[in-house]
Design a protein. Sequence first.
Length: 669
Amino acid sequence: MTVAAAVCCFLPLADHLGYEFSEIMAVLAGLFGGLPGMRRDRKMAVLALLVPLAMILMNGVRRPACDPVAGLTLFTALAVPSAALAYALGAACALIAPRRPGWLYAAIFLATLAAALWPVARGPQVFAFHHLGGMYPGPIYDEAIRPSRALWLFRLTTLLYAGACAFFASGRRGCAALMAAGAVAMSLQAERFHWQASAAALDAALGGSLTTEHLVLHFPREKAAGERDLLAKSAETDVRAVMQFLALNAAGPRVDVWLYRSADEKRTLIGAAETSFTKPWLRQIHVNDAPPPHPILRHELVHALGAQLAHGPWGVPGRLRGWIPEMALIEGVAVAGDWPAGEFTVHEEARALRALKLMPDVARLFRPGVFYAESGPRAYTTAGSFVRWVWEARRPANIYAPLDAAALAPEYEKFLDAVPAPERAVALASQRFSAPAIVRKRCAHEVAGLAHEAARTGDPALWQRCVELEPDDPALLLSLWRAQPTAENADRLLAHPKLSKPLRAQALTEMGDAAWKSGDAAEARRRYEEARQLPQPEAAERGLAVRLRALDDPPTWPALRPLFTETNADILLRLRDLDLARPRDGLFAYLIAKQLQNRATWEDCAKYAASALGRELPGPRFVEEALRMRGIAAWHLGDAAAARAAFTALGKDAPPGRAVEAARWLDAL
């Protein structure tokens, strides 16, 4: 454990007192902590924990300490109970099998580990709890790791087992039996305490289900009937599109799709709060719920349906007969098969990455173990663009067939260099792809946890701590300014050397909103005008255009100023008054339609979007968004003709990204 602690001092994520270090110590304590117990060497057992703990704390002199208090809490929850149980179990093994206590201990460790991992392999969960080995919370992309009620209850059970072993070894069999009974009683409630999960438990929590031709959809019981039908129809559209991409003649057995109410519910029930995932070998998909058409489902369906093309135990391409998954190919195929719509295609975004010199080396990306070492958005975009290029250029019979990325990379890069790289795409990519990989962040889990708590409470001190722990992230300074909008915080944010142009535009716009709310229209205009010179997402551009127009039109202030400067402002009546007073101006009908879209009031949304399209709008981007609102509302209402007309108009002479969006909607119709 001391040697491991020394190595951890130089490993990403494990080089400070946090989850990774605590879990490594828990596993090692569980593996070897029985040896001092067999020898009744309490001093060695204590030193085995305290020496590594002291070493990792001293490493804070060499690199910034993250959050020692939170880290110590995790260490207490993970490593300490494992060490206590290991010592007591070792002592009990020495009493039961004095000649071969190590063999007995090893058998218990392996048997309990298999029991802990079996629900992960054969059930819906991605977390794992092991009394000797600690706790695995789920995918790497969920950065916020905090001790949960489930963990504390589990560790209480661990200590009960430890007490039972200790009393047994000391000859107090009655106390041992009592503590063992308590531990077993709690273990029998594993699903109730969320240490394990089952399909039946998930269905009981969610309450709604619907079977389609290829899917079994599991969703919150309160989902409206109309939304259920649209979910089913759009999901089947996704299935057909994926089957066409994968060249499948049949979809195989039905795929189970669970849709959770929130990230917190998903974290509690199965783990992976913010991360969608698929278990192809079980044909299970787990995502957070969203209005149909679901933005993630097609990506996950590629994983689930692609299992028919893969060999091996996991239903994915991999080395050693499929036992070691090839993540770059797996996720690249999913992005290529989904081919998400947006202002730019994945090829254009990959080209922007290349222009920014942020694109991972393709040949290296497809090597074992490299995919997760890269920033998630960069890795997914690069792998998806590369696999899509292979699919478009070669039409392989099996897209999961092994790829010689090193041989194909030069040809792919030539293709990518021929893809236009709009200045706007490059500028927006500088913000979207700016975050480093989690393994390159100094205090990833601590900052994520603090940010979650700060967003919940609005405490500026928590945001300040986030800034101190992760000074290279200007987005944290923006959050600090929102919580504490002082001139000092504004200056710190705008002077940050890594502030991208889109994020600067967002910050300037929000500072303008604050000035407008306080009555300083001149300062608001100055901020807005500065923001207008910078590239930013389409929605932000439209909002900024409305703000600047409103500043020149004081009669609109009672409606528009609350719209941009207040939270949950109800301004529909004021917008309707403006709409009636200005029959040639379509802006207010457009804004009403947007408010109604946010409330899923589809009939009125369709009416006002159509009204806006029949009048004057501030520019082409407003026309595009009005067409989009008109089409989406008509789709929800079952008006296929109106939806088709809107999306056909949206796709006419559209750039590639918008053409993909229009085509997907027309396919759904």
